[in-house]
Design a protein around this ligand. Sequence first.
Ligand code: AMP
Ligand code: ZN
Ligand code: FE
Ligand code: FE
Length: 279
Amino acid sequence: MKSDLHLHSTASDGADSPTRVVDLAVEAGLNGIALTDHDTLAGISEARDAADRVGVAFIPGVELSVDHDGVKMHMLVYGIEPGHGPLQDRLADLRQGRTARNDRIVESLQAMGYDISMADVREHAQGPSVGRPHIADALVAKGYLKTRDEAFEHLLHDGGAAYFPRTRLTATEAIELGRASGGVPVIAHPKTISLRSDSYVEAFSRLAVLGLGGIEAHHPMHDQDLRSHLEDLARGLSLIATGGSDYHGMTKRSYRVGIGTGDLKIPSGAFEDVASAIR
Ligand code: AMP
Ligand code: ZN
Ligand code: FE
Ligand code: FE
């Protein structure tokens, strides 16, 4: 199956509605997708309805920012249905943590002289998961910076002048809650993890014992060597090597649905392997 297992919509910080994301998947010739918004399942039912209409297989997902022994990483959890459940119920706390953190970021920007309010930020968010990307959009709309990326570069990046951390699950909690909800946890884009490659082999081995289900080997940020290295690593740990474009809308980042920057090759069995690991 031709698939893309990492897509964002307006339910979090993507630029396109869940329906539009499905349409783009069809245009890209895909027949399976997963929607993986940050900390929310609010886009799932619309995406599934749209996928059903056009005959695209669909997996509900979510992307979490987690902490593993002081190291930050992102985790995708597949097979999480909207409604209540062990992981589902914690997502509300995570979004609450975002709200408190957004307030601190906006206050610190105001203290630096930026004329920006939470109302300005909310104008750029259409879903329930509001974060730094929307604050960046508000700064751009006010003319302080040219692009979302520039706003990150100057103010909002991890450790930046207006950065505050937010509530995170540990990787262990995310795996346990995800599995308890019937889901399949997958380490997202290992490239962004600030560990040397030998240390992440060790981290992934430990997480595999706890119930990790896969590694996102194929991501636009990974060069070909890293993709094949991560595939081998996944295989060696009996994990699924997954892949996705991390599409956020063309206006936000230049990754395209299904192909990333053009050279993304998501393994043909990845969708099926993830789907069959969901309980
Ligand atoms: P938040 O969820 O509020 O912590 O924001 C994290 C999201 O912001 C990430 O998932 C990306 O979509 C985006 N992001 C993080 N770092 C950067 C960066 N340096 N440049 C552009 N976007 C970023
Ligand atoms: Zn995002
Ligand atoms: Fe991510
Ligand atoms: Fe993502």
